[in-house]
Design a protein around this ligand. Structure first.
Ligand code: HAM
Length: 454
């Protein structure tokens, strides 16, 4: 059998409902913060990521899915969303809009050839935001607060925000020299990649996955000690705004991030969840004031973050956060013969148009089987269509919570459902269904399940 590729998942059933719920919270929060949705292609020219993310980053050198299309063009499946958004901002001349900064959010699949493990996938779904066209430190604080707000709204309790600054170009250059001086004498103790990185991009040594436990890396000089005054003042402002927005944070001078485009603020947000392991970084980002210019656009200060939805759902599950996903339907329509089936089809359509969640039988089950199916779907009401009732313009409807059965006029059905559903206690419905598994023998004994009498 053909199997799905390593590091990818199929999303369906209850898990899919959790994802859709998480995405609905993301959408609603983005609206509150006034971010508009943007969608860019899943693949882009290979050059975009090499220039954007950095030629010596792990993501570009080891993790991209590159391919040549049938027209001979070199393409890459996007490993992240920022470069594509900036390309779109330039190509669509969004910098010309009067409405600056441009505040956008996205939610889509990214591709990284990583070693798959829990919380680390090859096809991952990220949601993220980018603010393009403002250097205001308040925007740095805003994107952090937006991420924290989403995590908290979803029910995660212990969120830790780690921030750092890489400073402006001048500070980064001072720091670069200092790192070269520091690593040069003992560079042979580090991996081959790090040896190559020394002169090309020494900052990348600090996020090396091979040497991450090496004492030399742990004791390396810190960006924060090599800032010019402008950068230091800017970082103070970001912290001040985080205080005003009441976002607790810790300054962690070790954060350098694995992408080359950052200047000034960088941050990582962790969830303190038992068993979440090394993948506890839920979301991360920072300021990237040089990227737009580097990709051929105007000098545009930008800031943003991204967060893996898979990792977020994992954290919610590990923390046993209860997710309000509805897994019940309003009404299940049962029938026996072809005439009743046609009426079921008609009524299903009418009620769906009226806004109810309605389903019926599609696999020729016996009536007993249909009752069980109604139970599996946690139907709040069940109606067995029979031609005698229908001839009288009536329907027999049963409340699956109270077990009450009523015969009502078909003309009153919508009004009836509206009224009854408004006061339905969904929790007690779940209790009723404890016995309604496939092997339930309700038909053979007097259990409390209502269809024992059918
Ligand atoms: P990143 O740190 O590479 O940043 O990824 C952001 C988040 O995506 C991570 O914190 C994690 O939740 C999730 N993630 C990354 N790789 C994987 C993976 N293999 N499996 C599952 N989840 C993963 C960026 O992508 C930047 N574009 C963020 C940004 C936006 N900076 C500025 N704007």
């Amino acid at each position: 059998m053909v199997q799905r590729p390593k590091g990818c998942s199929d999303l369906y059933g209850e898990e899919a409902k959790i994802w859709k719920y998480v995405e609905s919270v993301i959408d609603a929060t983005m609206e509150k913060y006034n971010y508009t949705y943007i969608r860019t292609p899943i693949f882009e020219s290979r050059d975009l990521f090499h220039r954007g993310i950095g030629d010596s980053t792990d993501i570009v050198t080891k993790e991209t899915y590159d391919f040549v299309d049938r027209g001979g063009r070199e393409m890459t499946l996007r490993p992240e969303g920022t470069a594509g958004v900036v390309r779109s901002y330039i190509e669509n001349k969004l910098y010309g809009d009067a409405n600056q900064p441009v505040k956008v959010y996205y939610n889509g699949t990214m591709y990284r050839y990583e070693r798959p493990q829990s919380g680390r996938d090859r096809e991952l779904t990220q949601f993220g935001v980018e603010v393009l066209g403002s250097d205001d430190p308040l925007t740095d604080a805003e994107v952090i607060s937006l991420a924290v707000n989403i995590y908290q709204l979803l029910g995660l309790k212990e969120i830790k925000v780690n921030i750092n600054t890489l400073g402006d170009n001048e500070s980064r250059e001072m720091y670069r020299k200092c790192l070269i001086e520091y690593f040069q004498p003992c560079i042979h103790e580090l991996c081959e990649d790090c040896q190559n990185r020394l002169l090309k991009n020494p900052l990348r040594i600090l996020d090396c996955k091979v040497d991450c436990d090496n004492e030399m890396l742990k004791n390396a000089p810190k960006t924060i000690d090599h800032l010019n005054q402008v950068s230091a003042d800017r970082f103070e402002k970001v912290k001040e705004y985080l205080d005003i927005l009441q976002i607790p944070y810790e300054v962690n001078p070790k954060i350098v991030r694995g992408l080359d485009y950052y200047h000034h603020t960088v941050f990582e947000i962790e969830a303190k969840v038992d068993g979440f392991g090394a993948n506890n970084v839920l979301g991360a980002g920072g300021r990237y004031n040089g990227l737009c210019h580097q990709l051929g656009g105007p000098n545009t200060p930008c800031v943003g973050f991204a967060s893996g939805i898979g990792r977020l759902v994992l954290a919610l599950k590990k923390e046993k956060v209860s997710i309000p996903v509805s897994s019940s339907i309003d009404l299940f329509l049962l029938y026996v013969n072809e005439e009743e089936k046609k009426y079921a089809a008609y009524l299903t359509q009418e009620l769906r148009m009226a806004g109810f969640i309605v389903d019926t039988e599609y696999t020729s089950r016996s009536l007993k089987g249909q009752f069980k199916q109604a139970d599996r779907l946690k139907a709040k009401f069940i109606a067995v269509l029979n031609h005698q009732d229908l001839d009288q313009n009536e329907i027999r409807i049963k409340n699956n919570q109270t077990k009450e059965e009523e015969i009502i006029s078909l003309d009153a059905l919508i009004y009836y459902l509206d009224e009854k559903l408004a006061s339905y206690d969904i929790d007690s419905l779940s209790e009723n269904h404890d016995c309604c598994q496939d092997d339930c023998s309700c038909h053979d004994h007097e259990c409390s399940c209502w269809h024992s009498k059918d």
